[in-house]
Design a protein around this ligand. Structure first.
Ligand code: JBZ
Length: 258
């Protein structure tokens, strides 16, 4: 997959040299190019922002440098990329969208700063490319860069050969299929006792059926505790009698603070 990232802080993306993403880049699975937006700002100060029409706080990114930058990137290769623009007013970035984007040959990310990018840029490219304005969550960042790091990692790990273990992708809490929206339960490794905390005995028992059931119980409890709004989506997907009993524990059935 080819990825172009346009930003006034291309140094922000140094983490993409590391670990899984770094290896994917070394192997050529991920071909990431970083672009300094200011290279397409032609005044002495390389200005990329200006005051907002209609007034209000902060500054808005000027359309001309973005137009030249995106035109140059598009012309650098055959075909048409998808353009992804992080913004707090975008549609949610979900695992479903990550899977969809992982199937594309070419993505361009346009990182805004200040109050955002002049809306005509998204209009202009919306008639030539698939443009998605996307938010990674309900909090406000200082710019799109951190959101793009998140999205590139979520997409990159889905590319063939990047994880080296097909099961880990299929088992993700938010992976489409199997048991979507069920959070993972706790995990343990050696030693069997650490600072007085013992690994749950069932995990040492070798009873694979009982272990699977225990893990599912823990996953259901954790989902109910941390993401109660997901429980309704589990019920639609179909739960067995034991699942329902475990979920009922939380509805005032005792159990305490746990
Ligand atoms: C995002 C101006 O650029 C920004 C600012 C905040 C922000 C993004 C882009 S993307 N927050 C988010 O996904 O939460």
């Amino acid at each position: 997959m080819r990825i172009d990232i346009i930003s006034i802080f291309p140094e922000y993306f140094a983490p993409l040299d590391v670990s899984l993403m770094g290896k994917a880049r070394d192997r050529g699975t991920l071909d990431i190019s970083l672009h300094q937006l200011r290279e397409w700002a032609h005044d002495v100060h390389r200005t990329v922002d200006d005051t907002p029409y209609g007034g209000g706080p902060g500054m808005v990114m000027k359309p001309e440098p973005w137009g030249e930058a995106i035109d140059t990137v598009i012309a650098s290769r055959e075909g048409a990329p998808r353009l992804v623009v992080p913004t707090p007013s975008g549609r949610p970035f979900t695992q479903e969208l990550a899977v969809e984007l992982a199937d594309e040959p070419w993505l361009v990310f346009a990182c805004g700063r200040y109050e955002g990018i002049d809306a005509r840029v998204m209009l202009e490219y919306g008639s030539r490319l698939r443009v998605d304005e996307v938010s990674i969550g309900d909090y406000v960042l200082a710019g799109g860069e951190a959101a793009v790091l998140v999205m590139v990692e979520a997409i990159g790990r889905l590319l063939p050969g990047v994880l080296g273990n097909a099961r880990s992708v299929a088992d993700d809490s938010f992976a489409p299929g199997a048991m979507r929206n069920l959070l993972e339960g706790p995990v343990f490794t050696k030693p069997p006792e650490w600072r007085g905390h013992e690994v749950p005995e069932i995990l040492l028992s070798g009873h694979h059926g009982k272990i699977a059931r225990w893990r599912r119980d823990e996953a259901l409890r954790r989902t109910a505790r941390n993401r109660p709004e997901l429980v309704a989506t589990l019920e639609e997907a179909g739960l067995d009698k034991r699942d329902r009993e475990v979920l009922a524990e939380g509805d005032g059935g005792g159990g305490g603070a746990g």
